[in-house]
Design a protein around this ligand. Sequence first.
Ligand code: ADP
Ligand code: MG
Length: 294
Amino acid sequence: MSAEHNEMTTGGAEKQGEPQHVAPDVRAVVREQGDRVAAPVESPARTVKLQGLHAYYGEQHAVKGVDLTYAANEVTAMIGPSGCGKSTVVRCINRMHEEIPGARAEGRVMLDDEDVYGAEVDVVSVRRVIGMVFQKPNPFPTMSIFDNVAAGLRLSGRRVPNLKDRVEQSLRGAGLWEEVKDRLGRPGVGLSGGQQQRLCIARTIAVEPEVILMDEPASALDPISTLKIEELVLELKKRYTIVIVTHNMQQAARVADKTAFMLAGELVEFADTDTLFTNPSDSRTEDYVTGKFG
Ligand code: ADP
Ligand code: MG
């Protein structure tokens, strides 16, 4: 809030040719914030730590004390049989879980050293910093390709001096620009499923998140579109911390640095992806990855 005030003060002072009225350190902060909005879409990835995370739907205890660290600039896959709690865990990370009537979470989700569940934390900004991509591509149905990407920015209420550039950067970042640059005004829902999913990824990265949660982002897509999403994930991890839920073990093996295996609400094993698939330490992991159940 005070930054906004400073920004206004600086702008006014500079117009009158009197920047000396503003302390240099304040101007540095303001300039940095101005650059941050105008600069190419680029954000520092952050470490996410789950500490004793429990999640409930009413009486049902869906996530039972998960401790897990998602490293910055890495892809972490969440695997496990249907209903084991993968989606619930990721929805707890950006506080979407609590939107479900009767649902609640306990424990901590640390974003570097900040508790996402802290009393002072603004839920809206949590969801900007921790973006989410869903299984079914969900572009805004009445909006153009351009507006779908711009929508996140407009909703975030931040001043974006160069919206067009920002939309282009986001579409480039999502590997979609070349395919849509000549039809930005056409409806987002007119794209193929794979393109729609990349559009949703563009919408997510437009607001400069630091963490991206993906809940089975390719499971509604054909194999070619799936590979494109996987290539994109590998590209995105250079800038973001990525958590990807997948029921496809080959996909986890292809994209993930680390893999977490869940069963009945518990984290059974978390390891380097290679280790988890080839030399798991828990027999339940071994049974799952070798296809004995699932
Ligand atoms: P996964 O993503 O691994 O398939 P989920 O996190 O969706 O598992 O589900 C974990 C458990 O929570 C399941 O038993 C599921 O039935 C329950 N659950 C999920 N979503 C809801 C909901 N909206 N209301 C009630 N129970 C739910
Ligand atoms: Mg799920």
